[in-house]
Design a protein around this ligand. Structure first.
Ligand code: GLA
Length: 401
């Protein structure tokens, strides 16, 4: 069976049977590998302007990030006006004077433009959402030249809650159809435009979205609440992804939220952990820092081509945890050609030596080992590799056959 069909079959098998409907699944040609780019929220939040987005596009080109794969320039919340026009069309506010011109500018750089909305009447920052205007909004986005839509539950959560209760396991069966319906509505509206638009679902991993996200056209879906620029939150989110690997594949990815690399709240070792874990998870790589003011170290972390190759490997398999003891964890991700990526994480507050037995990850004792961040080939002795892992750090290996 085709890989996509295998992954989809796995999702469908896991979804509650009575709730399955015949819909067009996620388009796997659109996000064949996890989307890469930049998003305004983590650094600029509600202050983002047209000028910031242009500067991000310029920086993606001048830093080499575009050529490393970072293609999408995504405007998050707060671009919207507070009211619609007389015909009910969504409008931009004064921070974004001409969205079509901005899209043309971004496209002229060989990049793609993303935008943000909500299935509810209001977005999370209380701007206008697409509630009851889904078709009209999708048509507007297509006319502007939008290539990516992040669709964030926000106030629609209150609508679901009123009808079906809070997102507790007991209410899941009642909530799921309403949740699904909202995303399916926008999926159909996007399809009707005829424009390929990556559909990024953001409902914080509620109602087991990974089981039905692909059915409603989700090319990616958030699996958790919001990240922030601390090791505590990043690691809590990243390491909680264990067990979700079977739900991801070409065209439909688990999304543990955007990157914080370069925002200043973590050490270099912690940002390497962030980037390594996201690569092992085949997570979307959406930089969330101010690209116009980036240190060479942070740029090096974001553009390490061996790490990006792990994330973007064409096999499209998400990795998973293979071993954990105390604050030490080993994760692996299958790669094309029979290789694999293996990450040895130290979550403790002191440096540690952690042993990797090659048999633990199904590799032979003679497998080749390359230390990705150290950019050096390394060797195992008697089938065991002893890694020196700094506090909150990682040793990321590419393991051959
Ligand atoms: C939610 C999302 C964030 C961001 C904000 C914008 O919190 O999870 O990623 O989009 O809304 O208001």
């Amino acid at each position: 069976m085709h890989l996509k069909a295998v992954a989809l079959a796995a999702c469908l098998a896991a979804a509650p049977a009575l709730l399955l409907a015949q819909t067009a699944p996620a388009d796997s040609t659109l996000a064949a590998t996890p989307p890469m780019g930049w998003n305004s929220w983590n650094h600029f939040a509600a202050k983002v302007t047209d000028a910031d987005v242009r500067a991000a596009a310029d920086a993606l080109v001048s830093t080499g990030m575009r050529d490393a794969g970072y293609i999408y320039v995504n405007i998050d919340d707060t671009w919207e006006a507070k009211t619609r026009d007389a015909q009910g069309n969504i409008r931009t506010n004064e921070k974004f004077p001409d969205m079509k011109a901005l899209a043309d500018y971004v496209h002229s750089k060989g990049l793609k433009l993303g935008i943000y909305s909500s299935p509810g009447p209001y977005t999370c920052a209380h701007y206008l959402g697409s509630y009851k205007h889904e078709k009209q909004d999708a048509a507007t986005y297509a006319a502007w030249g939008i290539d990516y839509l992040k669709y964030d539950m926000c106030s629609y959560g209150n609508i679901i809650e009123k009808k079906a209760g809070k997102h507790t396991p007991e209410n899941a069966a009642k909530r799921y159809p309403l949740d699904r319906e909202a995303y399916e509505k926008m999926h159909q509206a996007i399809l009707a435009t005829g424009r390929p638009i990556v559909f990024s679902m953001c409902q914080y991993g509620w109602d087991d979205v990974w089981k039905w996200g692909p059915e409603v056209g989700g090319n990616l879906w958030r699996t958790t609440g919001d990240i922030d620029d601390t090791y505590k939150r990043m690691s809590e989110i990243g390491f909680s992804q264990a067990g979700l690997s079977k739900f991801a594949g070409p065209g439909h990815w688990n999304d543990p939220d955007m990157l914080e690399v370069g925002n200043g709240g973590m050490t270099t070792d912690e940002y390497k952990t962030h980037m390594s874990l996201w690569a092992i998870l085949a997570a979307p790589l959406l930089a969330g820092n101010d690209l116009s003011k980036m240190s060479p170290v942070d740029l090096g972390i974001l553009t390490n081509k061996d790490v990006i190759a792990i994330d973007q490997d064409p096999l499209g398999k998400q990795g998973d945890r293979v071993w954990a003891e105390g604050f030490s964890e080993i994760w692996s991700k299958p790669l094309s050609g029979g290789a694999q990526a293996v990450a040895i994480f130290n979550r403790s507050d002191t440096g540690k030596q952690i042993s990797l037995k090659l048999s633990q990850v199904g590799a032979s004792d003679s497998a080749s080992l390359h230390d990705v961040w150290g950019a050096a080939d390394v060797t195992a002795t008697g089938g065991t590799y002893l890694a020196d892992v700094p506090s909150h750090g990682v040793v990321l290996l590419r393991v051959g056959q």
